[in-house]
Design a protein around this ligand. Structure first.
Ligand code: ADP
Ligand code: MG
Length: 251
């Protein structure tokens, strides 16, 4: 689905990401850990193609096609969708209108909203005055309407109260076309092979791992992927030893 090779990215004159290599197969979900300022949002922004992020070298391939140089809307058309860490407010556009734009014609806004208990927000302006948790639900709902093949989520659980985190988890599994737990008679590996979507999820706290079965974890430290491995093992290591130790550990 996604192949990132030797990718270096700058914001202005400052190089933020150095020689990133990352491969995500269809059906796989990867999580990205890392301290504040390590470049996590920069990586997602560069994959989506926001102009602020300047690719200095390397390649980004989506389903085998080079996408560096393509504008954001062309990447979205090819199947990438992103939920922002801090989404902007869009005045003059209601959530209902936004969902129609994301999905093309024929979106059932009520049905989507019901999944995220968001019915009463449909006729409000996009993200206007939303709380932290409401912003996250708004973002996920727009992605559900878009139904991307590669789902990029920037801290989907931040600012969400514990009661709503399960809701967010269910929405993410829906987005990824995953069921929670393998159905009877199928191994998690078989389920993964049948699923065509893929995800890259930035998580600060790791709470999302309780709801989404992630396959691979990475630690981004000072703009480099310093460590990759089992997501839960990585999280345990980070809790015990801190992010810095992940530079040295080998799985
Ligand atoms: P993370 O998501 O891991 O917290 P970011 O990708 O948001 O990190 O930021 C990585 C680095 O890039 C930080 O040092 C941040 O201050 C810097 N940065 C982000 N946006 C800008 C900008 N517009 N101009 C200059 N530096 C920026
Ligand atoms: Mg960030």
């Amino acid at each position: 689905m996604l192949q990132v090779s030797d990718l270096s990215v700058a914001i202005g004159d400052k190089t933020i990401l150095h020689d990133i290599n990352l491969a995500i197969e269809p059906g796989e979900v990867h999580v990205l850990f890392g301290p504040n300022g390590s470049g996590k949002s920069t990586l997602l922004g560069a994959l989506m193609g926001f102009a602020r992020y300047r690719v200095l070298k390397g390649s980004i391939r989506l389903k085998g096609e080079e996408i560096v140089g393509l504008p954001v809307h062309e990447r979205a058309r090819r199947g990438i969708g992103l939920a922002f860490q801090r989404p902007p407010t869009i005045r003059g556009l209601t959530m209902r209108q936004m969902l129609a734009i994301c999905a093309g014609d024929g979106v059932n806004a009520e049905e989507l909203a019901a999944c995220l208990r968001f019915e009463r927000f449909l006729d409000r302006e996009v993200n206007a005055g939303f709380s932290g948790g409401e912003l996250k639900r708004s973002e996920l709902m727009q992605l559900m309407a878009q139904s991307p093949d590669l789902v990029l989520l920037d801290e989907p659980e931040s600012g969400v109260d514990l009661e709503n985190i399960a809701l967010i988890g269910r929405a993410i599994n829906y987005l990824l076309g995953r069921r929670v737990g393998a159905p009877a008679g199928k191994s998690p590996r078989q389920v993964r092979q049948e699923c065509v979507k893929a995800g890259l999820i930035i998580t600060h706290t790791g709470y999302i791992l309780d709801y989404v079965n992630a396959d691979v974890g990475h630690v981004l430290y000072e703009g480099r992927i310093s460590c990759s491995g089992n997501p839960r093992e990585l999280l345990r290591c980070i809790h015990e030893l801190g992010y810095g130790a992940c530079v040295r550990c080998t799985f």
